[in-house]
Design a protein around this ligand. Structure first.
Ligand code: UD1
Ligand code: CA
Length: 507
């Protein structure tokens, strides 16, 4: 027999992932919808959708209702980072997770109208929650893999909890197979002893799911359409119902209030730090170090205590960040040092130094081996290679060339009260202490300024700009004008001591 060459099909993700996000989340006591609360630099729904999208489903659906427009806008804004545009499904006034999934199915593009007009996608439909932020794509993929390999009708993700109060309990037959789920409020005392709980995360056969949901009622303690009823219905119809159990409870934990939000945030941070340490970053004090899940670090970076790295921040190899530093959306090159600094939207070059006590605002670009030192504030400024702004000043809306030294206490006066103007300073410039640049103004290459200069006019290359009047000393002014003051007495003392012929002069 001749074998025809077969190109293996790319691994197909599930038909759909439906993320439930319609609940009110009243226990957050917040005007912000629960799933928009953030941990690790992203909203909870952002984490949930990212894990779902990475499964590469044919369709990604989010079911919304509470604060619908706010939630939908946020979800749609995530499209770019997800690499997939979620479809928004609206849940109606019928309550319950079962109804939520039914509404989700109704929004699928690829579902066929099955018997009874119910939408029935062919293939696997995964259901997850928008408020379970630590769930990983790996665990979801394992669930789908088991579900499909065993040709199950339903596969539920379960966990063993010491305190299962409030959760739906997994009911198993004597042979260990999953018989169904009973909600805490509907459970008998004996059933409440079970500590294997329903995570609320499942893989379903799409056709089984839609057929079973058509039979789910609201006849229960909460008057809701329970998604969990699908398990018994599917089993009664002869389908295989199974469980994948995880020992990693955090992955199935939701945040209902701010105490749980904090706990999940701390655990996410712990996992993020551990991932970076395993990949070659030294983190001296994980307890006071907070790194968003979105941050990237190269190997051989060192993070010192009380450092917060947020957003799209990236740290290059051999750089040392901290202590007491917050970097937001900031790119740090190789071998740089950033100490006790607050920076947002900045680029810090290779082997550059920033800090201590430095405030770096958006648009700051510091060149290779450049320095922005103590008590400096910068904004929208480009500093060339090897240039230094070492002490006490403000540089905004400015461009500084290479190897220029800006003296202590220099200020770019960029604001005339109405408009902002630019200061352009060339390369190899030396400015003296307390120079003020009244923008718009340009200082040529190799120019100098004198101490206290107020630079209102352009300075040509190589020129020295002096604006302070020559010094004039009026001898004896203090004793004349401030007689009897401590200053006058001190001055008199010096005058007498230095008078020729006095005793002390001969000592
Ligand atoms: C549900 C499960 C329970 C499981 C628990 C895990 C049911 C009937 N019960 O319980 O077995 O142990 O999750 O956390 O499914 N949602 C909607 N629309 C609704 C109701 C809920 O979208 O009408 C969403 C919520 O936003 C939330 C998720 O579904 O993301 C779970 O809702 P929640 O009320 O917390 O579920 P439980 O009743 O606690
Ligand atoms: Ca409920």
């Amino acid at each position: 027999m001749t074998e025809s060459p077969v190109t293996p099909a790319p691994p197909a993700g599930p038909a759909a992932v439906i993320v439930l996000a319609a609940g009110a989340g009243t226990r957050m006591k917040s005007k912000t919808p629960k799933i928009l609360h953030q941990i690790g630099g992203k909203s909870m729904i952002g984490h949930a959708l990212a894990a779902a999208a990475a499964l590469d489903p044919r369709e990604l659906v989010a079911v919304v209702r509470h604060q619908r427009d706010l939630v939908a806008d946020h979800i749609l804004s995530l499209g770019e980072t997800l690499g997939a545009t979620p479809v928004i499904a609206d849940q109606d006034e019928v309550p319950g997770t079962g109804r939520a999934v039914q509404c989700g199915l109704g929004a699928l593009q690829t579902s066929d109208a099955g018997s009874g007009g119910t939408a029935a996608p062919s293939g696997t439909v995964v259901v997850t929650y928008g408020d379970v932020p630590l769930l990983t794509t790996e665990l979801l993929a394992e669930l789908v893999q088991t579900h499909e390999a065993d040709s199950n009708a339903v596969t539920v993700l379960t966990a063993l909890l010491e305190d299962p109060t409030g959760y739906g309990r997994i009911l198993r037959d004597t042979d260990g197979s999953v018989a169904g789920i009973v909600e805490h409020k509907d459970a008998t005392d004996a059933q409440r002893q079970v500590n294997e709980v329903n995570s609320g995360i499942y893989a379903f056969d799409g056709a089984v799911l839609s057929t079973a949901l058509a039979q789910v009622t609201t006849d229960n303690a909460q008057g809701e359409m329970y998604l969990t009823d699908v398990l018994q219905i599917a089993r009664a119809a002869g389908g295989r119902v199974a469980a994948v159990s995880t020992t990693d409870q955090w992955q199935v934990e939701g945040a209902n209030d701010r105490v749980q939000l904090q706990a999940l945030g701390a655990e996410m941070n712990r996992r993020t730090l551990q991932r970076h340490m395993r990949a070659g970053t030294t983190i001296q004090d994980p307890v006071t170090t907070w790194i968003d899940s979105t941050v990237t670090l190269e190997p051989d970076t060192t993070i010192l205590p009380n450092t917060h790295l947020q957003g799209s921040t990236h740290i290059g190899e051999d750089s040392v960040i901290g202590p007491d530093t917050t970097l937001v959306d900031t790119r740090v090159g190789i071998g740089a040092t950033v100490t006790r600094t607050q920076a947002t939207g900045a680029v810090i070059g290779d082997r550059a130094g920033v800090g201590p006590f430095t405030y770096i605002r958006p648009g700051t670009v510091l060149g290779e081996q450049g320095k922005i030192g103590a008590f400096y504030e910068t904004k929208n400024v480009t500093v060339g290679r090897g240039s230094k702004l070492s002490h006490l000043g403000y540089a905004g809306d400015a461009e500084i060339g290479d190897h220029t030294n800006i003296g202590c206490g220099n200020i770019t006066a960029n604001y005339d009260g109405v408009n902002k103007h630019r200061t352009v300073i060339g390369s190899h410039v030396r400015t003296s202490s307390n120079t003020v640049f009244i923008a718009p103004v340009t200082v040529g290459d190799g120019a100098y300024t004198g101490a206290g200069a107020v630079v209102r006019k352009d300075v040509p290359a190589g020129a020295l700009a002096l604006t302070v009047a020559p010094q004039r000393n009026t001898e004896g002014w203090v004793e004349d004008r401030r007689p009897g003051s401590p200053a006058a007495e001190a001055a008199a003392q010096v005058r007498l001591t230095h008078q020729p012929g006095t005793e002390s002069d001969n000592a």
